[in-house]
Design a protein around this ligand. Structure first.
Ligand SMILES: [Zn+2]
Length: 178
């Protein structure tokens, strides 16, 4: 049975925490991977914004862990928005082996544009959970990731609370001209 679950939303919405909780609650053997470019964390550790640590493997693409596929029932993928296009075929391939795949990632970037292949991954999935954060400026429900410094226009700028904040629609629109 093919099953692909997606956990998405803006930054600081607790996506990684939800991913780790879901992996643990399967009570099955799982592996957690994240893209090799996320240098925010220590190597092979995945750290959530609320300080939970979990061991994960840094990979360039999901099939880098193909030798482990016979040993696991569940694959967790953090920061899925940073993976390149092979992620689509890799998800199909891994899923076809009966492995449950749970992916967490940002659906939208700091300009509220689609991030990486997340839209495609959401289309392929059986279930999508949208998590919300609390607006950093007014405390209402936040669904936008706002980059506080505009020193780079690149979609991929790794950073945490020093560089990003979660904003509600109103506060986001005050900062970003559409
Ligand atoms: Zn707000």
């Amino acid at each position: 049975m093919k099953e692909i679950q997606v956990i998405t939303g803006c930054m600081f919405a607790g996506k990684t925490t939800e991913l780790i909780n879901r992996l643990k609650s399967t009570n099955k053997k799982y592996l957690l991977v994240k893209p090799a470019l996320d240098t925010r964390d220590m190597e092979n550790k995945i750290c959530t914004h609320d300080g939970v640590f979990e061991t994960g493997i840094q990979v360039k693409r999901l099939l880098d862990i193909s030798k482990h596929l016979d040993d696991i029932s569940v694959l967790g993928v953090d920061e899925a928005q940073f993976f390149d296009s092979p992620i689509i075929e890799d998800i199909r391939e891994i899923s076809s082996k009966g492995i449950l795949i749970i992916l967490a990632g940002l659906a939208k970037d700091y300009l509220n544009k689609p991030f990486g292949y997340m839209s495609k991954i959401i289309e392929m999935s059986n279930s999508v959970t949208w998590l919300k954060a609390k607006c950093h400026q007014c405390g209402l429900e936040a669904t936008y990731s706002h980059r506080k410094q505009r020193d780079s226009e690149s979609q991929v700028v790794i950073g945490d609370a020093e560089k990003y904040e979660a904003l509600c629609e109103n506060c986001f629109k005050k900062h970003v001209k559409s």
